[in-house]
Design a protein around this ligand. Sequence first.
Ligand SMILES: [Zn+2]
Length: 607
Amino acid sequence: MGLLHCHAVGMAALLSCAAPAMAKTVPADVVFTNGYIYSVDRKDHVYQALAVKDGHIAYVGSNVKAARYVGPATQRVDLGGRMMMPGLVDGHMHPLEGGKSLMGCSLDYQALTHDEFSQRVRACVANSALRRPNGTLVVRGWFQEAMKPAGVRLTKEDLDRIDPRRPIVVRSTFGHTTLVNSVALRMAGITAATKAPPGGEIVHDAKGQPTGVLEDVAQDLIERVDPPLSADENVQAARASLAAMREQGITGFLDAWALDADLSSYAALQKSGELTARAHFAPLVEPATGTDVAGNVQRLKSIAAKYDQGPIGVDPGITVRNVKFFMDGVIAAPELTGRVLQPYYVNTGTKGAPDWVPGTSLGPAPYFPPAVLGPLLQGVVQAGFDPHMHADGDGAVHIALDGVQYVRAHLPHADFRPALAHDELVSPDDLPRYRPLGAVAVLSFQWEKEGPDTVDAGRDFLGPERAKAMEPAWPLYKAGARIAYGSDWPVDRLNEWFALKVGVTRTNAPEAGEKYAHPLGDAPGLPRPEVLRAITMNSSWELRSDTLTGSLERGKLADLIVLDRNVMQVPAVDIADTKVLLTMVGGRVVYNRDGSIPLKAVAGTVP
Ligand SMILES: [Zn+2]
């Protein structure tokens, strides 16, 4: 790195050692100067200059000292005061699904009226390029809960009016509901007599006819109309996901439910030199197989043997070191599939005159009973994997922490990094357990706001105390928990900067309107340094890449981004509109917004 170690003393040292150390610094590939370089190092130091050599950070510090790294072939970039920070590491997302959401027709998660919905779908119908090879138009990004006015219900007739001849399939953003037109119902063979599969519902009208709305597992019935994507289409989706990530400044991610389609698609893109983010994958352990520890471990090992590429290097690679478990579903109405410690409330009054009182349901039975979870986690940890547990309700969080505690007790020297994803509700008694158990809370900050899916859907089913305690980022932070960020894309549209803004303010976007303008709950937002650390250093820790990514420090990989504004200094509300100007991964420029940063491809690192 250009650092000479000198052990000689006296005059000899001055001549033969100190002087060359000053003069013979190896020239860097790129030297950035005059920046606001937010390092996310231990003390969040801010520097002026940074030098990149062979994909690594050769120097970070002052303009004056950075000048030593400038040689004849070095590219020099004057940042003009702009902010640079580590590349974003998204600790929980579903990138292939996200990529699919960018293909075809999308309603962009917008709150639409009935007419706006029809106009948007009609525009897609007119564009034949948006259809699947079999002719089906798939419409994604339908924010069903946010339809205006609240309570609007759509049926097959709404789609029949747009196109009565060709199949249309509309997918909701939450993934629980699909709406189809009459042609699609016919093609799928769904009639008034069709029975819904267990765990699903075919919604019927007053006359007993299917309305075109299919819930949960019943969505599988239209597989003939909207078949699984081909391998080529999957690669296209993966490619689209990476383009979106580069633009947001994402240089690493965890695929938090990795199927073979995910792994093979990103592996294919790596081969063609198109993998522009460090890709981490967490295959799923199904609850039904929970007692088969050996079988699961063997399956996970064989997936890792096929795809994992070992320690990360300069060019983005693929790791399979995390394993996904679902502890529960979601604590949102009407699903109420989150596991809670105290019963959900039920309305014993009427809709007009409600009377919410504690009921008897704690949500579904634990997906992994505690007696099964402990030994299962132990086996997975012993095999070298880090558990990544979806835990939404406080009951699920409690069980997950107990599972971690079990492993800590049985394997006191094991080096493992358990993650609890979502943590939307955490019992006050469990808040202080994260830190000593070494568990990281992977939060989705964008949920910490009022919106159609919280205010309108109501939180009465939790009772007043728990409703106020939703999204406990602040109490977790105060309890010393390590907090990482995961977008859960495409449950929400990919917008990391909006999420970071919500993490600070706990408010919705001003455009969302007066109704949702209040901060969520009583707790404050997180300090900005903590929010930025969550999506860089702490998510790198979660993915075991913290010695090489997550901060801008000498010797680490040059995974960095340059922003159009200083997110430490602008009003918090403006963080949401941040534009990334430059994304660099392992010293390679993978995104340069409209060429705004005068920087050519960096030699030696382009595949
Ligand atoms: Zn998820």
